[in-house]
Design a binder for this molecule. Structure first.
Ligand code: SF4
Ligand code: F3S
Ligand code: FES
Length: 247
């Protein structure tokens, strides 16, 4: 057992400060274990959100030394022995208390996406898909909704004013998944750009870097979606159709 220094942000809705704790750490522990020890021994009212402690529920997202991470997957052994560990709530979302954020923005955006739309009259069990199409969707469905990609994206991280018009990488990925689904009949290219803010994304790839499920958000969903939007925009038939009011 060794002793480590933790700086933890404490406070509510914009008003708060760091509190420093000297805390014991055992071999094999993760940051969430240490936060729980602080809660058990020094700050019983410390607010920390978590659930599975296995990297699968997406609840324990925080920023550790400035980097968005799951606290249950951040091994203490990966930090230098004399390094102070600073833990802050996700910066993109309003703080409820201490390390707990209000992430309801994400659920609002999720609800705005038109749902899967198979051809009219399709009966259950009738759809057939190529394995390639199944695998593409499966990558996106590994998402645990930790919202770390949403937290890190610069479009909304320091720009509250963009939240209305930008759904963030997680939900642009959902639109891409549906747009690339062979049995979905809806054309989502116009809404991706006009209603969900695809054009705000300038492919910085920070979302991909922080994803704990290692989903290639940018390369496999955002860029292909941008290509589809561009294909539609510069399609001469679409241009002509819009001119004469058919599309
Ligand atoms: Fe988290 Fe990755 Fe899903 Fe974003 S795409 S919410 S980072 S699991
Ligand atoms: Fe944001 Fe990811 Fe695009 S971080 S700018 S959505 S590549
Ligand atoms: Fe579930 Fe960390 S507690 S992902």
């Amino acid at each position: 057992m060794s002793s480590r220094t933790f700086r933890v942000w404490r406070g509510e809705a914009g008003a708060g400060d760091f509190e420093t704790f000297e805390v014991a750490v055992n071999e094999g522990e993760v940051v969430l274990d240490v936060l729980h020890r602080i809660q058990a021994t020094q700050a019983p009212d410390l607010a920390v959100r978590w659930n599975c402690k296995a990297g699968k529920c997406g609840s324990c997202s925080v920023e550790i030394n400035g980097r968005p991470r799951l606290s249950c997957m951040a091994r203490m052994s990966t930090f230098d022995a004399d390094e102070t560990i600073t833990v802050t709530p996700m910066r993109t979302f309003p703080v409820v208390r201490d390390l707990v954020c209000d992430v309801s923005y994400n659920y609002v955006k999720a609800r705005q996406i038109p749902s899967f739309t198979p051809a009219a009259g399709t009966e259950p069990g009738e759809l057939r898909m190529q394995q390639e199409d199944v695998q593409r969707s499966q990558e996106f469905r590994k998402c645990i909704e930790c919202f770390l990609c949403q937290d890190v994206c610069h479009v909304i991280r320091d720009h509250e004013e963009n939240k209305e018009n930008f759904s963030g990488p997680r939900y642009l990925m959902r639109i891409a998944e549906l747009e690339m689904h062979p049995a979905d009949t809806a054309d989502r290219r116009v809404i991706a750009q006009d209603e969900f803010g695809l054009g705000y994304c300038n492919i910085t790839k920070c979302c991909t870097e922080v994803c704990p499920e290692h989903i290639k958000i940018t390369d496999n969903s955002l860029i292909p979606l941008k290509e589809r939007v561009a294909d539609r925009k510069y399609d001469p038939l679409v241009w002509l159709g819009e001119k004469i009011g058919l599309r």
